[in-house]
Design a protein around this ligand. Structure first.
Ligand code: FES
Ligand SMILES: [Fe+2]
Length: 443
């Protein structure tokens, strides 16, 4: 990629086209649990280089306002959250969840400012464990497209959150890179002979294949793309393939293959050009399956207060301390010596630099999905730059709640693209094929 294309792909701050593209989607501002209780402490949230404050008022309503008070620009994060509003500490102005000034305590009763000044408030939706915010045109708020884990049964959504000290796109490229799981995560995803698909234990995900160089096949879709990583299985390799599909739902969601206990989705949310929130969601629609919140964070090595700092979600094992890599453990057979799948990933992503220089890398055949992501997304940013619609948004967006990945054995000769497809996507596919056939009539 040229440096210009790399900037188009990665940068989200200010007027950057990718930031404008993301503003045409609802963005997760934080997890619901970060402002769990009415009148609990407000939280600072930074998205696309802009600072906001999130708070839950006495009646449980959530507000997202610009962080700085419209009076003289002090931070509302320090404010008092009580009696249905957030009160700035500096001169006592108080705001409701819609940004309306409830009290202008430093001004006389007849002040000309009353009724004219408000805090900027963002439209908010609370769903599926997250507070979602609309940072785009306030006069043209897009329809909320619930994520696939909104199909989970009651209480069956577990979320891990960690801060990544690098650009969102190199983290996303890790989420759509099946081949690295056979090396980087090989100690956590070991080969097992007696399983027919990905099988979760308390400490590992067993896998019925030892193939480290999967064949990658990509299918572009209206929401982004879907790809299959096709591996030789241990058993009956002449009759079947072990297939794992991953979905990229533009601009920032990846749905990676499930195991026998839970589905797995990821959100790679740009804090700014050089920092990202990495959310990993384990969920199940089956109340008998899934994994509890504490067990999930323990499995990931992302327990709050132990592996990540409270509030900031910054990692205890990080670039400055070489992720506390244990060379003795490596001698004893642990592939990386780094604890936890996300931390192993972070060591790779953050070591590339704040924004990876993509003019210097050498993509191979196993990087087909990475190549597709780069070209699809910098072109999508170019299109927004020219005034076009954002990829994955608007009227032709498929319901995300129906988008799911696939993993399992596929008999040789069968098409993996037919597996785990929603009726909506099948209909859209057929309509597209039909209009293509009409445009190109047979001779
Ligand atoms: S700066 Fe907030 S009330 Fe004055
Ligand atoms: Fe990974």
């Amino acid at each position: 990629m040229t440096p210009e294309q790399n900037d188009l792909l990665c940068r989200v701050e200010g007027d950057a086209p990718m930031g404008k593209l993301m503003r045409q989607h609802w963005l997760p501002a934080c997890m619901s649990e970060e402002v769990a209780e009415p009148d609990s402490p407000p939280r600072r949230v930074r998205l696309l280089g802009e600072n906001m404050v999130v708070f839950r008022d006495s009646e449980g309503r959530v507000g997202v306002l610009d962080e700085l008070c419209p009076h003289r620009r002090a931070s509302l994060v320090f404010g008092r959250n009580e009696e249905c509003g957030l009160r700035c500490l500096y001169h006592g102005w108080k705001f409701d969840v819609n940004g309306k000034v409830l009290d202008m305590s430093s001004e006389p009763e007849d002040s000309h400012m009353r009724g004219k000044v408000n805090a900027r408030a963002y439209p908010v939706v609370e769903e599926a464990g997250f507070i979602w915010v609309w940072m785009g045109d306030p006069d043209n708020v897009g329809e909320f497209n619930a994520p696939n884990w909104s199909s989970a049964s009651e209480g069956n959504i577990s979320i891990m959150k960690i801060h990544g000290a690098c650009n969102w796109a190199q983290i996303l490229e890790g989420a759509i890179d099946s081949s690295h799981s056979s090396s980087l995560h090989s100690s956590n995803m070991p080969t097992a002979e007696d399983v027919s698909g990905s099988t979760a234990t308390e400490t590992a995900w067993l896998r019925p294949s030892a193939d480290k160089s999967p064949r990658i096949e990509v299918e572009k879709t209206s929401f982004g793309f879907r790809y299959a990583a096709i591996r030789k299985p241990i058993k009956d390799a002449d009759k079947q393939d072990y297939v794992r599909t991953t979905l990229f739902i533009a601009p920032f969601t990846a749905v990676i293959p499930s195991n026998d206990q839970y589905h797995l989705s990821q959100l790679l949310i740009p804090i700014d050009d050089e920092n990202t929130y990495f959310y990993w969601i384990a969920w199940s629609e089956d109340p008998e399956k899934g994994i509890g919140q504490d067990a999930w964070r323990k499995f990931c090595g992302a327990e709050v207060g132990k592996d990540v700092e409270p509030v900031t979600y910054k990692k205890v094992r990080n670039y400055d301390n070489n992720y506390l890599q244990d060379r003795e453990a490596m001698k004893d057979g642990d592939f990386t010596g780094i604890y936890g799948i996300p931390c192993q990933d972070m060591a790779m992503w953050e070591s590339m630099g704040k924004i990876a220089d993509r003019s210097e890398d050498n993509l191979g055949t196993s990087d087909k999905a990475i190549f597709t992501f780069r070209t699809q997304m910098y072109r999508a940013a170019q299109s927004v730059q020219k005034g076009g619609a954002a990829i994955g948004a608007g009227s032709d967006a498929l319901p995300q709640s129906k988008l799911i990945s696939f993993q399992g054995m596929v008999p040789k000769g069968e098409d993996w693209k037919q597996y785990n497809i929603s009726d909506e996507e099948r209909a859209l596919r057929e309509a597209k094929a039909h209009s293509k056939a009409k445009r190109e009539p047979a001779e």
